[in-house]
Design a protein around this ligand. Structure first.
Ligand code: ADP
Length: 246
């Protein structure tokens, strides 16, 4: 076998190893999510008192178990998305999507969370409808979810989150502005790195993966879009632009 053939064979082997690795992650994450979802619904039945009355002390503990199960489900969802983004780019399902509607749906999902923290959630949308963008709807939903979730998660009570969508020369631009804990200058260069979490974020929200923004950036870049942010002592704004056709 000459050198070139050797390299080709090694390359092929690496590709196969990568596929197996990706499948193992995918299968484990899906199984983990299924078991966690089952536990979550059992806990919910107790909390909803479907199985009889519970004391306030029991309710308190069950609430904690419920919340941590939910967090684990979020983490497994992130693993599944990341795996999908890193290894299965070709299986993206592009279609014409109304991003205003998708963003509105996403914001709606977070009303409960923002209400709990007494955070004002404002959506600014243009008076005339925007053209549809050619994107993978479920992947862009993940982008919107990560940004809106972070803006609430890293805000203090009585904060304000303003989400806007509009059109400019680059296509559709989305921004998510919060009045939260801010990202220091030293942290800013690392923010899109895999597993990176700032110290103040760890103190505020102890369970987080540091995978959300990494995945978000990958998805945006796979759509030939751009993501960036600005942060100062008043808070942080994330921006995303997505071309109408890519
Ligand atoms: P996670 O939220 O699970 O920690 P992310 O990848 O979504 O992971 O975010 C990475 C880090 O970026 C967070 O841990 C936090 O330090 C910082 N961050 C993200 N969004 C914001 C925000 N809106 N305000 C302040 N810090 C943020």
């Amino acid at each position: 076998m000459d050198d070139l053939q050797k390299i080709k064979a090694e390359n092929e082997e690496l590709k196969n190893i990568n596929l197996v690795r990706s499948d193992i992650i995918s299968i484990s994450a899906h199984q983990l999510r299924t078991s966690l979802s089952a536990s979550k619904w059992i806990l919910k039945m107790f909390l909803d008192k479907d199985l009889g009355q519970i004391t306030s002390e029991q309710e308190n503990l069950l609430n904690k178990a419920y919340e941590s199960t939910e967090r684990m489900i979020t983490l497994t969802n992130e693993m599944i998305t990341l795996n999908h983004t890193e290894d299965k780019i070709l299986s993206f399902n592009f279609q014409n999507v109304d991003l205003t509607e998708l963003l509105e749906q996403t914001i709606f999902e977070f009303y409960g969370e923002s209400h709990k923290k007494e955070i004002e959630l404002i959506f600014l949308k243009p008076s005339t409808p925007l053209p549809r963008a050619f994107v993978d709807k479920e992947m862009i939903r993940v982008v919107f979810q990560n940004l809106v979730e972070n803006s609430i998660k890293y805000s203090n009570t009585h904060g304000k989150v303003v989400i806007s969508i509009g059109q400019n020369d680059s296509g559709i631009e989305i921004s998510v502005r919060d009045t939260g804990i801010s990202i220091s200058k030293e942290d800013q260069i690392h923010i899109f790195e895999k597993f990176y979490r700032t110290e103040n974020a760890k103190q505020k929200d102890t369970i987080g993966s540091g995978l959300g923004l990494y995945t978000t950036k990958k998805i945006v870049e796979n759509h030939k879009g751009k993501i960036w942010f600005e942060s100062n002592e008043k808070g942080t704004t994330f921006f995303v632009t997505l071309p109408l056709n890519n």
